[in-house]
Design a protein around this ligand. Sequence first.
Ligand SMILES: Cc1ncc(COP(=O)(O)O)c(C=O)c1O
Length: 368
Amino acid sequence: MPIRLPDSLTSLRAYVPGKPVEEVQREFGLPDVVKLASNENPLGPSPMAAQVIAEWARFAHLYPDAGCLDLKSALSEHLQVPSDQIAIGNGSDELIHLLSVLLLRPGDSIVMADPGFSRYESEAIVAGAETRKVRLDPEARHDLEAMSKAIDATTRIIWIANPNNPSGTIVRETALEKFLDEVPHDIAIVLDEAYFEFATDSEYPSSTRYLKDRSNIIGLRTFSKTYGLAGLRVGYALAPPEIVQALDKIRPPFSVNSLAQRAAIAAVGDTAHLRKTIDTNAAGILQLTQFLTAKNCNVAESFANFVWCDIGCLADPICQALLRRGVIVRPGGIFGCPNHLRVSIGTRDEMRRFEDAFAEVYGAVTAV
Ligand SMILES: Cc1ncc(COP(=O)(O)O)c(C=O)c1O
């Protein structure tokens, strides 16, 4: 007799990661492949973090600090948030998982944007909860009014990725605060700020602002994006102390490895690398937005390190043709938007590779 799996899992799809460079090199026999599909940092990790990783390699035989105390205190000082309001995880992915385990039970529901970050729904399915997806507005922003209407007595978590993945758009302060006032205060509102440091708009609200006065707000951040440590897996939650304690109770004690903890501390202190990352990205966003707009693509205003655009025709064949030219981007079909592309910002050279390949491939399609 086969082992019985829960029925709820039949609707669960495995996460589709960006295609690895090595796979495209092998498949198409290309020596030089550019990956603009996973919103990674094209400048690499902070050099200070890389040095610390090398230094701490000789302690790899020891278990890491289960409480991540040094990293919590570095973040506490950096963000001016008490340590007891910071939970560390194996990437913010682990914190999305743990929050879902903590707060969701069969019969509960979550509310999220559509298209939005797929992990919220996957974790809800595993917990037996329902997902209510609310279409983005015509500017590809969260439709907070419609999200408000999707809430009922079963709703336990509202996920707001700010900036949103895949659209890169933000929810601004006034709209967010109106929403926070309206929503019942026993529903957790998670502001997923994976791209926080890129969002330099003056009306962009930081979750830290709400930690003191609103007990249902949880912020999520990561070292995978601006800090360039995606391969080490470290992220954090900013939350009321009782939520942090609960997360720390259910987290596997050593899920954040020692090199990740040390590298993250060093990265927090490397303001030069952070500045360079943000500046390179801002120039890339501007250039790519202008390039795609000039091609008559409909580009969403991005506050992250990627651009989301409607190219007016099926994106899958375009992505395949780009792959054959050694450029990996994300087709929108996996987000339910078959005419969309998501392109991460790379170095200037990488962006030129994309632009040349896209002009060739898209020119051929639109000329027909
Ligand atoms: C909105 C959002 N949240 C969370 C994550 C997960 O990040 P991490 O690498 O910290 O697990 C991502 C990664 O792309 C993301 O886009």
